[in-house]
Design a protein around this ligand. Structure first.
Ligand code: HEC
Ligand code: HEC
Ligand code: HEC
Ligand code: HEC
Ligand code: HEC
Length: 487
């Protein structure tokens, strides 16, 4: 017992001798109850503010650990010869010499041991909760509000809104965890310093390989049959006439077990490797594609040079990439639509009323103009729509004011969900490769300019990837089309 009490004596003497240790001890005493209460509040979900988590786990938590470190460092390395030490020493000496006080010291030893164990457990809980917090969508999306707003918004609106950001951007495993935390710390720093590119560029080289990631939930090699895709758009006329584009997408991949793997997911068959060279970071300019053949030889397609590509290749070295899910599904989770697509979706969902004459044409015109901020856009969209309808449809505006109000709200929403002027994100800043808008996407390779030495190109037949059942038709008779094989 005396040995332990000696230890205690040494401890308190040391504490008294070192200002650093004393400050640490005071900090730890104050922070302990504060953190404990915050932890309970957070685990009960009583405060949903992302800033709360930030303060608890990234400010108070590390401060607590720092306080304990200060105590340790102070005790062993930074002992001064201050007055306090003598007082503490005398005080302790009294306690040790007076037998009736000895009990108190013994209790203190037990208490100190318990406190240490609690501290260690406590640090464990904080570390775990802090880790959980930094993995949350709130931390990634909402805390860096302006910087991540475009991606956070698109993620919230996507089929993947329940998939954690880190699931795609970092992934499991200790190595990725450490790399991810270092990356996140850097991100927080550049956000605080307001020093990041606008718009944020593709993080492709840091992204968890999508073939591993997407395959944890989707087995593209086990998709069978075709996928019927119906795209609804509206004509810019008084009735906002709905038009239907109907495609039968050949997503089905017949896999090794049946015949040779074919169709759209051919490129990512686990037994095949398609590599390509791209000249730019966005992967819009592809100059070469290599497909490994079964006999080990390579089939090489090269873009037959026009002036622009050869100039680009001299300036920037080409990067080699192995084709994976994100080379077509590059906007999985972050689909930023074109203005027309955004309005079509709002009419389809009923947010913009189809029954309001010219709602497609007028809302599209209102959201297509450039605006410098959210406030400016909201005011301008509302003013433009209200003045046009007052002038051209005065009776309807008086009779059913609600229709116009809904159209204004829907148009503002369509703009807000896709355009982020503070982040340099305009309509279609982020291109979708899943298709061939403006000859991009699939046509980067499926293009007669991309040829082997023998002059063979990846096919461009319209029925290679989809059967076209209707293109912007009012009343496509699909069963009829299928019956007569009109495709
Ligand atoms: C289902 C997977 C997935 C999820 C979940 C996901 N992302 Fe992404 N993210 C991607 C892919 C794929 C890219 C684009 C890579 C590329 O350039 O092709 C991307 C790109 C980005 C970019 C770069 C800018 C851009 O738009 O290209 C940012 C920033 C980003 N994501 C942030 C987030 C945040 C914040 C969350 C959570 C709120 C999130 N991501 C959730 C897959 C995902
Ligand atoms: C944690 C599981 C999970 C991960 C990881 C994941 N997905 Fe999904 N994905 C889903 C779920 C759930 C749905 C919704 C299914 C539905 O409602 O039809 C979905 C839907 C889809 C769809 C069809 C609907 C749409 O939005 O077009 C595609 C395509 C898709 N995912 C591609 C991907 C790609 C590419 C990746 C990798 C970047 C990925 N997914 C990663 C779970 C996941
Ligand atoms: C990086 C280049 C590249 C891109 C991008 C690309 N492909 Fe391909 N694709 C190829 C090559 C190369 C072939 C094989 C040509 C051959 O050997 O006949 C091919 C073959 C195909 C095939 C035929 C597979 C079979 O059954 O033999 C389909 C279908 C296809 N691609 C669909 C698509 C679709 C859809 C997209 C866009 C979403 C796309 N491809 C984007 C390079 C590409
Ligand atoms: C060559 C381009 C390309 C690549 C690479 C690619 N996909 Fe797709 N995928 C498509 C296209 C095109 C569609 C059909 C989209 C549509 O019209 O809805 C599709 C559809 C899907 C769907 C929805 C299928 C359905 O029937 O509902 C899933 C899930 C999917 N892909 C997962 C993946 C995964 C996982 C990977 C990577 C292992 C991958 N894809 C790689 C082009 C591609
Ligand atoms: C290499 C594959 C491929 C080839 C070849 C191809 N398409 Fe497509 N097409 C796609 C994909 C992928 C989409 C996107 C479907 C989606 O939005 O999910 C698409 C979409 C479309 C759409 C709908 C666009 C929209 O958003 O309304 C039309 C129309 C279309 N294709 C016509 C054609 C025609 C005509 C040809 C022949 C000149 C052709 N396609 C050749 C892959 C292909």
């Amino acid at each position: 017992m005396t040995q332990v009490s000696d230890l205690i004596k040494v401890f308190f003497t040391g504490l008294g001798r070192s200002r650093m240790a004393l400050v640490g001890a005071i900090m730890a005493t104050v922070l302990f109850p504060a953190l404990l209460i915050s932890l309970v509040i957070d685990h009960q979900g009583l405060i949903a503010q992302p800033l709360f988590g930030f303060i608890v786990y990234l400010v108070l938590g590390p401060l607590f650990v720092l306080a304990l470190l200060m105590v340790l460092l102070g005790l062993f390395f930074f002992q001064g010869k201050d007055e306090i030490s003598r007082f503490t020493y005398q005080y302790l000496k009294e306690h040790f010499t007076a037998p009736e006080k000895f009990l108190w010291v013994r209790n203190l030893v037990v208490a100190a041991t318990i406190i240490t164990v609690i501290n260690l457990l406590f640090i464990g809980v904080i570390t775990y909760s802090g880790h959980r917090y930094t993995e949350s969508i709130a931390f990634c999306g909402a805390l860096c509000h302006t910087a991540m707003e475009p991606q956070h918004t698109s993620h919230q609106l996507s089929t993947h809104s329940q998939v954690l950001c880190v699931e795609c951007h970092i992934g499991p495993g200790l190595g990725r965890l450490v790399k991810g935390k270092i990356f996140a710390a850097r991100e927080v720093a550049v956000t605080l310093l307001n020093n990041y590119p606008r718009p944020i560029a593709s993080p492709l080289e840091h992204l968890r390989p999508t073939s591993d990631n997407c395959r944890t939930c989707h087995r593209s090699e086990l998709l069978y049959g075709e996928k019927l895709r119906i795209i609804t758009s509206y004509r810019p006329d008084a009735q906002n006439t709905p038009l239907f584009t109907v495609l039968l997408m050949k997503t089905g991949h017949h896999g090794r077990r049946e015949t040779e793997a074919r169709n759209i997911h051919w490129h990512v068959d686990p037994e095949r490797t398609v590599k390509y060279l791209h000249q730019d970071r966005e992967r819009r300019k592809i100059s070469e594609v290599r497909v490994k053949q079964e006999d080990g030889s390579e089939l090489i397609f090269r873009r037959h040079h026009d002036q622009t590509t050869s100039a680009a290749s001299e300036n920037s070295p080409a990067t080699v990439r192995t084709m994976e899910c994100a080379d077509c599904h590059n906007r999985a989770s972050h689909s930023h639509l074109s203005a027309a697509e955004a309005i079509d979706r709002k009419i389809l969902s009923g947010a913009i009323p189809e029954e309001l004459p010219f709602s497609k044409r007028q809302t599209l015109a209102a959201i297509s103009l450039p605006y410098a901020s959210v406030t400016e856009a909201e005011i301008a969209i509302a003013t433009r729509l209200e003045s046009w309808y007052r002038e051209n449809q005065p009776e309807l505006t008086d009779r059913e004011p609600d229709l116009l109000k809904r159209a204004v709200k829907g148009a503002q929403q369509a703009w807000r969900e896709n355009v982020f002027p503070e982040m340099g994100v305009e309509w279609e800043t982020y291109r979708n490769f899943l298709g061939h808008r403006n000859d991009s996407g699939c046509f980067r390779c499926h293009n007669p300019g991309m040829r082997t030495q023998e002059g063979y190109s990846p096919p461009t037949r319209c029925d290679l990837c989809h059967l076209i059942l209707a293109v912007a038709e009012e009343t496509p008779d699909i069963p009829e089309i299928l019956k007569h094989g009109r495709h």
